[in-house]
Design a protein around this ligand. Structure first.
Ligand code: GAR
Length: 185
């Protein structure tokens, strides 16, 4: 019988980090047992389809409160019994309904606690610090606020916004896979 650990991946948009998980870890190292999105139009839907990974679409627009949406996500994830749920560009603030029942980690494109929330890459590039970077942390009910698992720094010197952005997007993929291994191994 297979001993591979099971992970769930949640995404809202392009899904490039989801695709990287699939390309580097699935199915040899860990099995992505479900991909779940709150956005029926997310490009990442194609990633799941191309890799034949079970896909669940729970449209957040159809729910009246964060709690009712979170309850539906929790119910759905529990069917797949993942050991770890990975938020890879899942752009939702989660409530205790989710965080108290699901062990999960989140990728964020800044050196937390700097620049929580949206547009973290832009804000990091424009701030006074010589370094930006990326973080992977456990998910808590505080937005981008749970315990940090790992961070990677990136020097801004000599970079324009486009080259900084490209480096962040590459670095975050490394960081996410490394953090998944740290948590599961
Ligand atoms: C990534 O840059 C990720 O770090 C960020 O959203 C992007 C998703 O890209 N996440 C956050 O800002 C979370 N607060 P992707 O859909 O191509 O993986």
């Amino acid at each position: 019988m297979s001993k591979r650990k099971k992970i769930a991946v949640l995404f809202s948009g392009k899904g490039s980090n989801f695709a990287h998980i699939v390309n580097t870890l699935h199915p040899q190292t860990y099995e992505v047992v479900v991909a779940l999105t709150n956005n029926p139009h997310a490009e990442g839907v194609k990633v799941a389809q191309a890799a034949s990974i079970p896909l669940e679409i729970i449209d957040s627009k159809a729910y009246e409160s964060r709690e009712t949406f979170d309850a539906e996500v929790v119910k759905c994830l529990k069917k797949y019994t993942p050991e770890l749920t990975v938020l890879a560009g899942f752009m939702r603030i989660l409530t205790p309904v989710f965080t108290e029942q699901i062990k999960s980690i989140n990728l964020h494109p800044s050196l937390l606690p700097r620049h929580k929330g949206l547009n973290a890459i832009e804000k990091s590039f424009e701030d006074v610090h010589a370094y930006g970077g990326v973080s992977v942390h456990y998910v808590s009910a505080e937005l981008d606020g749970g315990e940090v698992i790992l961070q990677k720094k990136l020097a801004k010197e000599g970079l324009n916004f486009e080259s900084y952005d490209a480096k962040v997007r590459s670095l975050e993929k490394e960081a996410l896979v490394e953090a998944i291994r740290i948590v599961l191994d």
